[in-house]
Design a protein around this ligand. Structure first.
Ligand SMILES: [Fe+2]
Ligand SMILES: [Fe+2]
Length: 152
């Protein structure tokens, strides 16, 4: 059974691989780009749901105001909102539009920055604040939620 952090990291790797695939496409591969982008969007929305409703609240509950881990969690919510905003913009932009790639590029940068902060700071703090059994229990809840998102 994987713990919550391992599951969240696996999501990160999956999205990174998809974004890399997009970067390697020729400029004219509009349809393929849009289809991988739709996949990225699905993955990020599921990840957003899991982190903002399961992982972040559990971690936040272990922090106190004015401490670094609390700030990390609060910033993360805002970064998720920025990422969701860019996904919305992409959803209403034609893949042939000259701004489509620019939007994708910015989405990639937002994701990269956010993932780095989670993995280099927040997850390390989470390992100190949450016990192994708590992380496993959160992992189970994440897997159950994922199952529901897939079958929804
Ligand atoms: Fe994440
Ligand atoms: Fe996140």
């Amino acid at each position: 059974m994987s713990d919550a952090i391992e599951l969240l990291k696996a999501d990160h790797r999956k999205v990174e691989a998809l974004l890399k695939e997009i970067q390697e496409l020729p400029d004219t591969a509009h349809e393929r780009r849009a289809s991988i982008c739709a996949q990225v969007s699905r993955e990020l929305k599921a990840h957003d749901k899991i982190e903002t409703t399961i992982f972040y609240p559990a971690l936040k509950a272990k922090t106190t105001p004015d401490t670094e881990p609390r700030d990390e969690v609060l910033e993360a919510y805002e970064e998720h909102a920025n990422i969701a905003g860019m996904l919305e913009k992409l959803a209403v932009t034609a893949p042939t539009d000259e701004s489509y790639n620019a939007k994708l590029q910015v989405l990639g940068e937002l994701v990269k920055h956010h993932v780095k902060e989670e993995e280099h700071e927040m997850f390390k703090q989470a390992r100190e604040l949450l016990s192994e059994s708590e992380l496993k229990e959160l992992g189970e809840r994440i897997e159950r939620e994922k199952q529901q998102l897939v079958t929804a």
